[in-house]
Design a protein around this ligand. Sequence first.
Ligand code: ATP
Ligand code: MG
Length: 299
Amino acid sequence: MSDERFLEISQVVKAYPNPFGEDIAVVDGFDLKIRKGEVISVIGHSGCGKSTVLTMVAGLNEITSGGIIVDGKEVSEPGPDRAVVFQAPCLLPWMTAYENVMLGVNRSYHHEPKSVRKQIVEYALSAVGLAEAMSKRPHEMSGGMQQRVGIARAIALKPKVLLLDEPFGRLDSLTRMELQDVILELLDRERITTMIITHDPDEAVFMSDRICMMTNGPGARVGELMDIEFERPRDRKEILGTDQFFEYRRRLIQFLDECEHEKEIRRELKAGPQATKDEPPSQTSEPNPESKTESRLAV
Ligand SMILES: Nc1ncnc2c1ncn2[C@@H]1O[C@H](COP(=O)(O)OP(=O)(O)OP(=O)(O)O)[C@@H](O)[C@H]1O
Ligand SMILES: [Mg+2]
């Protein structure tokens, strides 16, 4: 095992049956090697297969073919070496923040004395800014605070790999930025190898060392990889105004537009020549002068 290939996703295929019972490869030949301590974002259009890849790395979703190796060990089931944070944290409503985090710690650290487990939980909750809110129950917390508990629960397990599936997707933009900063600080301190799924180009550039752009499905795979060369720790205000930031962002949006364009061509081909016979020349045969992705982001 090398640190350059700490997380290896090799030629992974995932097929689901369609309504006619035929297997369709949603993801086909997905191949990505992630360095130890690297933060990588996966970006792509809705439905392309981002969560499918993440849940296969988590061991929650069976791999049809290919393989995934984490720190030299093949993934075949979920394990505490891979912690997952989804859009909603799914906390137990009758338990406090402290108890919710302790639940997983008790399972993974059952061999440690109670005082050590207490320290782990307190450290994790403090690291996400909840030192003063440990005794609150979910209904006493905002959505952002609940998501912080979800993140604390994940990092308390000291995972080798942190898997975040649109962790800020349900939060308003201010809370979203706060939490991005919380996670960035955490990752700077802990250097956890991290995969973040996102729809948001700005978030991808701000958070990542590298961005994996995924093509549209079916048969989705890695389309392009882009290194983000801002130094860490990162300062949002410094980064956001730079030409380099806009250049990275421009490339991402261009990639997403190209995928959209390709999808439209595929749709037209599937519909056949009859469908477009009497219509004016196709709007989709040339790349759009105005970015659809950009206008969607502005909404
Ligand atoms: N259990 C399943 N059975 C059949 N098809 C599935 C199943 N789970 C996902 N799919 C299909 O696989 C494709 C990829 O789904 P996935 O959830 O991975 O996409 P995504 O990129 O995460 O989308 P989003 O950005 O909307 O979250 C979709 O077309 C979806 O309908
Ligand atoms: Mg998803």
